[in-house]
Ligand binder design. Structure first.
Ligand SMILES: [Fe+2]
Ligand SMILES: [Fe+2]
Length: 276
């Protein structure tokens, strides 16, 4: 059994193998952590946003697709995946704390250092232990199928820390759609804020409102279903979660209908162009 760190793409089953895709993200994470180490406190939030957009969809897809596959094929898959789920849970909790702290303060530096250590430990556990064990059980073709599934889930997964949501199906899968919409909207708002565009106060308020709404959705009943007790933290019961969920669903349906109407409205113009 060899660490992925010592294997090339061909040995891992090709470019689409889940092992190659995992390693590519881990290399990118290492690069971003290097940028974070060099960034001044005022530049850290922008680099952290890029790290969150890489790390949280990556981990969500691991928890939804990859770890269940490991539990199916390895007799000790339960213990192996639980260890990594516990690391993910700690990262989710620490990042939630980090977001409430001011960059440049000793508390922020302390929590940030712990997050970075855990991210590096998680990569080593996966590349040195979990993924080589999976490689022993699956053919290159199976590793590629898993790579497709993992990549597909990653592209539509939440991009922020959600410590209350289960680290396992079905809770994490149930929460995915509303949290993805909220997280990705918040990413756009915060990216505009970091670029220093106008309306900073309005953007800050919008980002805070989206963060509060996603906390409310995260605390809805059912989002912690399937959780192991060691990665479970109690939900805060609040009626706002249901209201937030209805609002998100309404916004998603509205956006879908607008897109559909836009599509039908555009067709005659496109047709006219073709005629010309
Ligand atoms: Fe990973
Ligand atoms: Fe991970």
């Amino acid at each position: 059994m060899r660490s992925l760190a010592q294997q090339d793409v061909a040995e891992m089953g090709g470019r689409w193998s889940v092992l190659s895709r995992q390693k590519a993200d881990h290399v990118e994470l290492d690069r971003l952590l290097g940028c974070l180490a060099e960034a001044p406190p005022s530049g850290q939030p922008a680099v952290l946003l890029r790290i969150y957009r890489l790390v949280f969809p990556h981990a969500f897809a691991e928890e939804a697709v990859l770890w269940p596959a490991i539990r199916r094929v390895l007799p000790d898959g339960q213990e192996l995946t639980l260890r990594v789920e516990q690391e993910h849970q700690q990262i989710n909790q620490l990042v939630t704390r980090l977001e409430a702290l001011e960059p440049g303060t000793p508390d922020h530096a302390d929590v940030l250092a712990r997050v970075v250590d855990l991210l590096r430990a998680d990569v080593r556990d996966e590349e040195d232990l979990l993924l080589p064990r999976l490689q022993e059980k699956l053919s290159p073709a199976q590793l590629r199928s898993l790579g497709f599934a993992w990549e597909a889930v990653k592209r539509i997964a939440p991009t922020r820390a959600h410590p209350v949501v289960a680290r396992r199906p079905p809770g994490n899968v149930l929460s995915a759609l509303p949290l993805t919409i909220l997280d990705r909207s918040r990413d756009h708002v915060e990216a505009a804020l970091h670029r220093g565009r106008h309306a900073r106060r309005a953007l800050t308020k919008a980002g805070d409102a989206l963060a509060r709404t996603s906390r409310a959705v995260e605390n809805l009943p059912g989002m912690d279903r399937g959780e192991d007790p060691s990665t479970h933290i109690p939900r805060r019961r609040s009626p706002w979660g249901v209201i937030a969920l209805v609002a998100v669903a309404g916004a998603a349906v509205g956006a879908g209908l607008r897109a559909q109407r836009g599509g039908t409205a555009r067709r005659p113009t496109e047709h006219a162009k073709e005629v010309r």
